[in-house]
Design a protein around this ligand. Structure first.
Ligand code: NDP
Length: 445
């Protein structure tokens, strides 16, 4: 039996209930199969795949806190330290009701490759708890965050494991975690990233993911001798990622033709006005109908499928998973779209992804295009360890450099491995090679 099949089978047998973990490992190993197959016996002899797919350590703990009514509440907390061959474990914590051991493990596995692809001196980790801030008072969120910190702090360290923000664990929660961990350790170091700027947080924390996407597109265009100036863009979403992506795309000279929320989308032939979008969505928390009302010449449409019918050079799906189905993929290909650079995770259905790949549209991996956030948290750790605070301009310069480097690495791997238009395999293989080379050089540990 092929080594990869053996490992996939072993995981299914040993962790039958962990479907998400099985899925992400299966997808990744299938993607890197051509590399492993070439030297299968050596990989097998060193148990490379076992040492990659089974995390170094999985911590599960009880999180006990007291709610406003004085009732004692208990949640389940996790921290999975996956692989630290490239540097300290690093990854977000997610506070959401459906967090469980399976989900955290799957997300931790993906962080190993995302950090490796971004060229960061960081390993992969993930954590969280089955807790949501929704319906809780600020004091309850604080007491819960402190209780989580009391458990997780023993595993963290600036050179050991770095905790970053994720869904449900934003600036407020990171502040409470930082305060409690500082109290427990008496240390002010870079073991938490995504902090407030008054106590070691970096510039561009909120903007980084969105800004990084047009920078990636700019780099992709440069590989074919084109520039971003004058290119047309279709964009979905009007959240944190989409609004910042729209702003940066416009600054790079692109024309963003669309934006959406979950009710409908706007076509703005003059180019989406990022200031108006920000005002409507962030300041007023209004709907896209409001944008259309205030922008002469723009059109409002309900639903979201129509976005991808608008002819463009670059598509930036920044709303939700699986927003590009097969029919949208066909239109993107017919329209001669140069590339899809996703902000959203898994934006295309598997059939749509296959279609784009087979029909000449560059579907870049979301792990590469939306890596701006992890790049900037890494820059925050560097600033913390040097006790420096870089200017916004400096952080942005480094962000742009990293996004261009990621794009170049993916392009080079695709070319070198003869992967034709398979940029997802290119990214997986590039990340795999980085981790594999580091593990091999460090011996069997
Ligand atoms: P937000 O929740 O801030 O924004 C999502 C936006 O997309 C909202 O405007 C929402 O509308 C809209 N939307 C949701 N579903 C649809 C749909 N089916 N069709 C059209 N529009 C829709 O999320 P973020 O901007 O933070 O994240 C966007 C995506 O990027 C997510 O997939 C996320 O996982 C991914 N991502 C985010 C990162 C980050 O740093 N924030 C990092 C990496 C990935 P409405 O206003 O009506 O809710």
């Amino acid at each position: 039996m092929a080594y990869i099949d053996e490992i996939i089978g072993r995981i299914a047998e040993e962790y039958p209930e962990q479907k998400e973990y099985q899925r992400v490992v299966g997808d990744f190993l299938t993607s890197v199969q051509p590399v492993v197959e070439k030297d299968e016996e050596r990989y097998r002899a060193d148990a490379i795949l076992e040492r990659m797919v089974f995390p170094d350590r999985e911590h599960a703990f009880r999180v006990t806190w007291i709610d406003d009514a004085g009732k004692t509440r208990v949640n389940h907390g996790y921290r999975v330290q996956y692989n630290n061959a490239l540097g300290p474990y690093k990854g977000g914590i997610r506070f959401e009701e459906d967090v469980n051991a399976d989900k955290v493990k799957a997300l931790g596995f993906l962080m190993v490759w995302k950090n490796a692809l971004a060229g960061l001196p960081a390993g992969g980790a993930k954590g969280g708890a089955d807790f949501t801030w929704k319906g809780k008072s600020d004091r309850e969120v604080m007491r819960f965050s402190q209780a989580y910190a009391k458990e997780v702090f023993r595993y963290l360290g600036a050179d050991e494991d770095i905790l970053t923000s994720d869904i449900g664990a934003g600036i407020r929660e990171m502040g409470y975690l930082t305060g409690q961990i500082r109290k427990l350790t008496n240390l002010c170091d870079g073991r938490i990233a995504g902090k407030g700027s008054a106590f070691g947080g970096t510039h561009l924390r909120d903007e980084a993911t969105g800004y990084g996407i047009p920078y990636f597109a700019e780099a992709a265009l440069e590989t074919v001798g084109e520039s971003a100036e004058g290119k047309t863009v279709t964009l979905s979403g009007a959240g944190k990622v989409a609004v910042h992506a729209a702003q940066k795309a416009e600054e790079l000279g692109m024309k963003v033709l669309t934006a959406s929320d979950s009710n409908g989308w706007v076509y703005d032939p003059a180019g989406i006005d990022p200031d108006l979008l920000r005002q409507v969505k962030f300041a007023e928390k209004a709907r896209m109908t409001e944008y259309a009302k205030r922008r002469p010449g723009s059109e409002y449409h309900t639903g979201s499928e129509g976005i991808w019918k608008v002819k463009c050079d670059i598509a930036l799906p920044c709303a939700a998973a699986h927003e590009i189905g097969l029919s949208q993929a066909k239109i993107l290909a017919e329209n001669g779209t140069f590339a899809v650079c996703p902000g959203a995770n898994e934006p295309a259905t598997p059939e749509a992804a296959e279609y784009l790949k087979a029909n000449g549209v560059r579907l870049f991996p979301y792990q590469a295009c939306n890596a701006g956030g992890i790049v900037v948290t890494s820059l925050e750790c560097s600033q913390d360890s040097m006790h420096l605070h870089w200017s916004e301009k400096e952080v942005e310069r480094q962000l742009r450099h990293h996004m261009h480097e990621i794009c170049r690495l993916v392009e080079d791997t695709v070319r070198e491995c003869g992967l034709k238009n398979d940029y997802i395999a290119g990214a997986d293989i590039a990340a795999f090679r980085r981790v594999y080379d580091a593990m091999r050089a460090q011996g069997i540990v």
